[in-house]
Design a protein around this ligand. Structure first.
Ligand code: TXA
Ligand code: MG
Length: 343
């Protein structure tokens, strides 16, 4: 049985040593970050990192990102960043931000899937920060979910799927951002957002003056297509139940009610403001939060997507948001959860 440490209220110093020893012994530990839970192992160890791929059922060509606790640790593991990259590091780290940089040989090839680059992230969450800082080990950590499933933002959502597959789970409570970090690569001196997150296009524009969104954020990418970030190719975030996303416009609630009246066995993921306007029983309505509070929605989104499969419906209807700022990042997850089934 996988051990679970309860650090919701405080970091327990005696258990801290055992977490660090487990990582030093090339074990697997699930840790909270401010975005989502991560499935962590030493980024120096091919063996440990191979076990991450096995535990998640992750595609062999989808690289892991590496978590650090200081700027010094970044310089230890990557080649000297350019001026623009340096500015991004100074502006957005620590925080929900991942920058693709050129790796040094000490980062094992399993992490990067033999590529020359590595994604670097410096989380601000006190638990993972302290573990990296005290162990002095950079941690490779993808989101803690079986590949394809919604990411894990609280321990209750993931403890069953990882029981006996990892050595330890550290419970730090609910992740307050709830969607994964913004992934950026500087290409021809322009930061390109490969995965949108809590740090938005506008945030980056304010610092660098120029930023691009990858043109693949809302399109279906085929297995053999060449992409900047392998993660774009794979089925992501999707419940087993088929989902349909209804775009935000003045017909949104009407369209949802029409779908409900045509199909008796469905559920709705919707905003609190629309709960009374949507004609479905309370037990089939999963509340995403208020549409005026995007952070509330982002912190709930993966738990809500996981709830869908517990309701035994033939499909789920999801209320969409405006694709702006954090709303764009949430919509990126929802479009993928619906496998581009959008009306
Ligand atoms: O918030 C987060 O980023 C979470 C927490 C645990 O830190 N981690 C996370 O990792 O979401 P993961 O592996 O689920 O997503 C990392 C994404 C993947 O889509 C992967 O393809 C992409 O980053 N990626 C990793 N290394 C890359 C590289 N060298 N070049 C381009 N994309 C890369
Ligand atoms: Mg992931």
């Amino acid at each position: 049985m996988t051990k679970i440490y309860d650090w919701k209220n405080e970091i327990k110093e005696d258990e801290l040593n055992s977490v660090i020893d487990t990582l030093k012994d090339n074990g697997l530990v699930i840790l909270p970050t401010e975005t989502v839970y991560g499935l962590a192992a030493s980024a120096f160890s091919n063996d440990a990192c191979k076990n991450i791929f096995i535990a998640k059922g992750r595609a062999q060509d989808n690289p892991l990102i590496v978590h650090v606790s200081s700027k010094k640790m970044i310089y230890d593991i990557v080649e000297k960043p350019t001026e623009i990259e340096e500015k991004l590091i100074d502006s957005f780290m620590p925080g929900p931000f991942t920058l693709i940089l050129k790796k040094k040989p000490c980062i094992c090839d399993t992490v990067t899937c033999n590529s020359e680059t590595v994604g670097i992230r410096m989380p601000i969450h006190p638990i993972i920060h302290k573990i990296i800082d005290q162990s002095n080990i950079p941690l490779a950590a993808p989101s803690a979910n079986i590949s394809g499933k919604p990411s894990g933002t609280c321990v209750d959502d993931i403890k069953e799927e990882f029981n006996n597959k990892v050595d330890l789970i550290v419970d730090g409570g609910k992740c307050n951002i709830g969607i994964e970090s913004t992934v950026v690569k500087v290409i021809d001196n322009v930061p390109v957002i490969l995965r949108p997150g809590f740090i938005t296009e506008d945030d980056i524009k304010k610092v660098i003056g120029n930023v691009k969104l990858s043109d693949k954020l809302f399109t279906k990418v085929t297995e053999n297509e060449k992409v900047e970030s392998p993660g774009m190719k794979y089925r992501h975030y999707a419940p087993k139940t088929k989902c349909i996303l209804v775009e935000q416009n003045n017909q949104q609630v009407n369209k949802i009610n029409k779908l409900i009246s045509d199909n008796s066995n469905c559920c709705v993921l919707g905003f609190s403001e629309d709960a009374d306007l949507i004609h479905i029983s309370k037990d089939k309505f999963i509340c995403l939060g208020s549409k005026n509070n995007l952070q509330e929605i982002s912190s709930n989104i993966f738990t809500c997507l996981r709830k869908v499969d517990t309701l035994n419906c033939s499909f789920a209807i999801i209320e969409g948001l405006e694709k702006k700022n954090l709303g764009l990042s949430i919509m990126n997850r929802l479009v993928r959860a619906c496998e581009n089934n959008v009306i």
